[in-house]
Design a protein around this ligand. Structure first.
Ligand SMILES: CC(C)(COP(=O)(O)OP(=O)(O)OC[C@H]1O[C@@H](n2cnc3c(N)ncnc32)[C@H](O)[C@@H]1OP(=O)(O)O)[C@@H](O)C(=O)NCCC(=O)NCCS
Length: 152
């Protein structure tokens, strides 16, 4: 993250950009433009983006999944990685959870995604359970990670 990085809400105009990044970054398991539009339009999620010098370089989607506050999506474009952009988005997610008084947060990640798992572990997330073959068509296990937040 550079000095000029900032986290902001994604607008409807940013969704085409997000869908293109999804396809580049996640390939066959990317959220499609239709899925993004539908989910965004539900109004139930926070769609957040991070900018460097006024240009979007990453995004996160989070919201309630049942009674759990869940990080549903997180990605940073390759050229802007390893300089704290994902950290800023995770911190934004955790700040929102705390502001809402949520006591527990969760997320899912592929067991092979060791970089992301390390990122989440840095914030105290631990592996709650394994979902065998959760990611298709890659046929990779998912891990559910959770974090109990301190009270106010
Ligand atoms: C995972 C991802 C979001 C990390 O974004 P990022 O902006 O590069 O992450 P940060 O710079 O904030 O990294 C924070 C920490 O996470 C860990 N980390 C991130 N990427 C890592 C990697 N490739 N290898 C090892 N550790 C990594 C490190 O502990 C890092 O701290 P450090 O740079 O001081 O060592 C990014 O690589 C990405 O978009 N990957 C593809 C999509 C994806 O996997 N999303 C997560 C799905 S759950």
């Amino acid at each position: 993250m550079t000095e000029a990085a900032r986290v902001r809400d994604l607008s409807a105009e940013d969704l085409a950009w997000m869908a293109d990044r999804e396809a580049e970054i996640f390939g066959t398991s990317a959220w499609s433009r239709i899925e993004i539009d539908r989910d965004y339009g539900s109004g139930l999620r926070r769609y957040r983006g991070i900018e460097e010098d006024g240009t979007l370089v990453g995004y996160a989607v989070y919201g309630f999944d049942g009674d759990s506050f869940h990080l549903l999506n997180l990605a940073v474009v390759p050229r802007a990685r390893r300089r704290g952009n994902a950290r800023a988005l995770v911190e934004d997610f955790l700040a929102e959870a705390r502001a809402l008084g949520v006591s527990e947060v969760s997320l899912e990640v592929a067991v092979t995604n060791t970089g992301a798992i390390r990122l989440y572990q840095d914030y105290g997330f631990s592996i709650v359970r394994v979902r065998p073959r959760y990611y298709q068509p890659e046929d990779v296990d998912g891990v559910v990670m959770g974090l109990v937040l301190d009270g106010p």
